[in-house]
Write a protein that binds this ligand. Structure first.
Ligand SMILES: *Cc1c(COP(=O)(O)O)cnc(C)c1O
Length: 219
């Protein structure tokens, strides 16, 4: 399969999973994760109609996305990797959705930059559903308070939650937990599921899935 066929294959599997879960067709957004791939590798995916992309590093993204965004209208770029506060200004300037708000310091830095630049990217809070020490994210039991802090103290509108379940575990319970937390927080968007488990994530209510290698190939 070439890259366009793999894109169509993933889209077909999402559509099937939506149907199986009795969810409306088109209710799940595919975020094509293009990290480590250069502009040349990404262009055919844009040409095939894909408009929503995810990247995990601000600096790497600055090397390709300003150009790609200038070439095509309607690109929506998601930051799905950890963000340092000294990169907040660059992230606000380039990304349309920041999925990895994971601590007070970064939330404050983003609020400040959004005001400065007059830009309002959509924001998701990353939740560490598996409480893994090496992984970023707010602990599940602190999520509601953190979302309220972002909303009330900083005036940020938090639209979604995001998680990356532990690699070795069955992802279902993690997806279910994220869905439950989203309800408790009054948050509508659920970013969960990657190449290995996006169909499961659709069953558990994902509104977007982040798929890299199944489209672009191995990294
Ligand atoms: C790389 C990455 C993905 C995509 O992973 P694949 O297994 O290649 O689909 C999804 N989410 C995050 C946060 C990532 O860093």
């Amino acid at each position: 399969m070439d890259i366009e066929e793999r894109l169509q294959d993933v889209k077909g599997k999402i559509a099937k999973a939506e149907k199986y879960a009795k969810r409306p067709a088109g209710s799940v957004t595919l975020v094509a994760v293009s990290k480590t791939f250069d502009a040349e590798a990404i262009r055919p995916v844009i040409a095939a109609g894909q408009r929503v992309f995810g990247e995990n590093r601000v600096q790497e993204s600055q090397g390709k996305w300003p150009e790609l965004k200038a070439e095509t209208v309607g690109i929506e770029l998601h930051l799905i990797g950890p963000l340092q506060s000294n990169k907040a200004a660059d992230a606000i300037a380039l990304f349309d959705v920041i999925e990895t708000v994971d601590r007070e310091k970064i939330a404050r830095a983003l609020a400040e930059e959004m005001a400065k630049q007059g830009k309002t990217p959509k924001l998701y809070v990353q939740v560490n559903t598996g409480l893994e020490p090496q992984k970023a994210g707010i602990a599940p039991k602190e999520t509601k308070a953190f979302v309220e802090f972002c909303r009330k103290d900083l005036g940020l509108s938090i639209e979604g939650l995001m998680c990356i379940p532990p690699a070795e575990e069955n992802p279902g319970p993690h997806f279910a937990l994220l869905e439950k937390l989203a309800k408790e927080c009054g948050v509508e968007k659920l970013s969960m599921g990657m190449s290995g488990d996006f169909e499961t994530a659709v069953e558990f209510g994902a509104t977007s899935v982040r798929v890299g290698s199944a489209i672009f190939g191995a990294r």
